[in-house]
Ligand binder design. Structure first.
Ligand SMILES: *[C@@H]1O[C@H](CO)[C@@H](O)[C@H](O)[C@H]1NC(C)=O
Ligand SMILES: *[C@@H]1O[C@H](CO)[C@@H](O)[C@H](O)[C@H]1NC(C)=O
Ligand SMILES: *[C@@H]1O[C@H](CO)[C@@H](O)[C@H](O)[C@H]1NC(C)=O
Length: 274
């Protein structure tokens, strides 16, 4: 992490203007690193049942067949150099965080995988959502055993029932979708409830809020530049302008003539007496 070069005497107005320019340019300078590798999970659910199959794929913009990919599980390198990693039947030790990196990229996003042991699991892509995003819930059975009479619940209230297994999709979540979820389904003659999953929906910045933020930032930048310019002209301006010089000259001559007038006026009129 290289810090910005700081000019030593930064009291002058030119330095103020330089700092304003640097503040405006800083985001562009910072984003100038290698691109991040992108790690995805397929199927996309972070929570899976024992014996499920999952595949992790690392997109790193590398030329194919280079076998130069590094994979990390819980922060430790493990021996795989392909651009994807398939776990044929997950077990508890496969839980944790995964990341990848190629020669051309920075370390990827972290992908979480959590393995459970149950008959039925309510699967989700993640537990945190932003307003406006889509959310899919999947009532999933161990070893994909046929699942019937599926019901989804939100805050203990039944949302939807279907005889055949189905996914529950919310195309645009808002804060009312936060809370607890679970599902129930029949495997053979027995009904199995899933464990409860807690979903959080965060108030995303709406487009009008974004516009307000951008306008505020612009106004602040303009105010800083205006303040810097004012400061610059105040201290660069000579102390006595020609106008002020003229004024003092007039004032001086006025007081001079007043003095002349207060000099004994009778002397002038009468003149020297014989
Ligand atoms: C995992 O893949 C194997 C081989 O394709 C398949 O037999 C098995 O049913 C799959 N397991 C699950 C839970 O889908
Ligand atoms: C990785 O971490 C998860 C949870 O922190 C743990 O359950 C799992 O056993 C760990 N696996 C390895 C191989 O370190
Ligand atoms: C939240 O979304 C549901 C539809 O999924 C909609 O009926 C409801 O009006 C929304 N509530 C708010 C406060 O936006």
């Amino acid at each position: 992490m290289g810090g910005l070069w700081v000019p030593q005497p930064f009291i002058t107005t030119n330095s103020v203007l330089l700092w304003v320019a640097l503040l405006c340019l800083a985001p562009a300078i910072r984003s100038n690193g290698p691109p991040q590798a992108i790690l995805t999970l397929e199927p996309p659910w972070f929570n899976v049942l024992r014996d499920d199959n999952v595949t992790l794929t690392c997109e790193g913009f590398q030329t194919p067949g280079q076998d130069s990919i590094e994979w990390f599980h819980n922060g430790t390198v493990f021996p795989n150099h392909k651009d994807s990693y398939t776990i044929p039947a997950v077990s508890f030790t496969d839980s944790g965080h995964y990341q990848c990196r190629t020669k051309q990229t920075a370390l990827s996003n972290s992908v979480k995988l959590q393995v459970f042991n149950d008959w039925v699991l309510l699967q989700v892509e993640r537990l945190e959502f932003n307003e406006g995003e889509s959310m899919t819930l999947k009532c999933h059975s161990w070893k994909n055993k046929p699942l019937h009479k599926v019901i989804y619940y939100h805050n203990n209230k039944a949302l939807k029932y279907e005889y055949e297994s189905f996914n529950y999709v919310v195309s645009q979540v808002n804060y009312t979708h936060s809370g607890t979820y679970f599902c129930t389904g029949f495997i053979g003659h027995f009904s199995h409830p899933s464990a409860v999953v807690i979903i959080n929906v965060h108030g995303g910045a709406s487009s009008t809020t974004k516009v307000v933020i951008i306008v505020s930032v612009l106004l602040i930048v303009i105010a800083i530049i205006a303040a810097a310019l004012l400061y610059y002209y105040k201290y660069k301006k000579p102390a006595n302008t020609p106008l002020e010089l003229g004024k003092t000259e007039v004032e001086n001559s006025m007081s001079y003539s007043l003095l002349k007038h207060t000099d004994n006026p009778e002397e002038e009129l009468s003149g020297p007496s014989p």
